[in-house]
Structures are given as structure tokens and as C-alpha cells.
Design a protein. Sequence first.
Length: 244
Amino acid sequence: MAPPRRPQCTGGSVPQPVTLDRRDGPHGEIVLRRRGDHHEIIANGCFLMDTSDGRSERRLVDAAFEALTAAADATTPKSAEKRPALLIGGLGVGFSLAHAAGNPHWGRIAVVEREEAIVEWHRSGPLATVSGPALADPRSVILRTDLLTHLREADDLYDALCLDIDNGPDWTVTEDNDALYAPAGLALCHGRLRPGGVLAVWSARPSATFERALRNAGFSGVRTEEIRVARGVPDVVHLGVRPA
């Protein structure tokens, strides 16, 4: 089982969690809990994320945008039709989507989420306070499908892929997610990006093995950025660029 994405506080008084919803689906159990003023998502008994911080989820989107613009001609005016298209893998608690929608320089913002329960929590449940304005943004669309299925079958091309569906390439939530970080999965990511496009992958810790896999899959400029968070060890974002 994957370790916690966010280490729980060990000192002081920690509020006991209250289960708000629990669903059994094709990918296992998914649970929404409230702990004090925050909400958290548990998948198959594995703590995924909560609403207590969010800086690394926002940084995931910003790091991709910065890498994308660094590779482009910054002096070329961009019309609304040419704003970069973004695919976010995993809706989660909505921080990445909300932050992307707050940036007017993004064009289409597609979010792939396979768990119907998570989508409902955002559309009409407690997580609407995070994502409501972003979901109403005309650039945003929720794609109810598995990420690998979308990468394999869709015709869309993107300028950036921001993936945040696991605790990292080495700590997947379900075994079938392993395929995303394998050579075939990274080849799908590479093929879904336009030349000069960026792949950004959230992780709870750095992975030299995954960096090598990115290079072997044809990505250039591979690097790992560390993001300090409110508690626990720093998160990281793995970055790679599809050569132009």
C-alpha cells in the first residue's frame, strides 16, 4: 500500500475524521472525509490528498506553464485560439484545476477523472467551494474516463500534461496505474503532446528511476523540482519536454 501523500500531524490535538461519503466502484473504495476544517480523499485505504495545503498541486501547474513558455518564443503574440491546451490527470480536491483556471494564459483545460464520486463531490458536494468557479469557466471540461484510456484513444493534442493521480511513480493507488509510468505509458504521454509540450508529474518523493524512464521515452530537459509544504517532507514535480 502506498504511504500517505501528506504525513499526518503527530503532535497536538488532531481532530477525528468524519466520513461524509463512501463508494465502492470498479477501481475499489473511495471515501470523502472531513477532518476539522478540511476535507480528505481516501482511495482503497490510502490517504491521497486533503485541502489543508495545496501549494504543490498549484506548483505542478505553474512549473508546467513555465517550462512550456521557456521553450516557446516569448515575443510571439498569442491569440485566444493559440493559448496552450492543458490536460490535468486527476481532479483530486481541485487545487490544480482551480489554479489553472485562474491563469488567463491557459486555453482549454481538460481534467480526466475516472471516479464518478469525486466529480460529484465537486459539482454538488463539499469540494465545490474549491472548484466551483473553475468548473463554470468555459475553458474547463471534465472527462469521465481513465487517464490511460484517454491517452490511448483520444484525438486531442495538448501543450502540457499535469499528472497527479498517485502518490508518485513509485507509489501507485491501484496496480493498473503502474502502466502509466512504464515505457508504453510514457510513450502515450509523449505522443499526446505537441512538439515543445511539457509533461509534469506530481510525486511525494523524487525518483531517479522515473527520471531515467522519462529520458528513455524521448523527453528532454528532464528535471525534478522540490516543493516545500506546510508539514512533512517536500513534494516534487518531475518535468520533461517533448522536443520540438
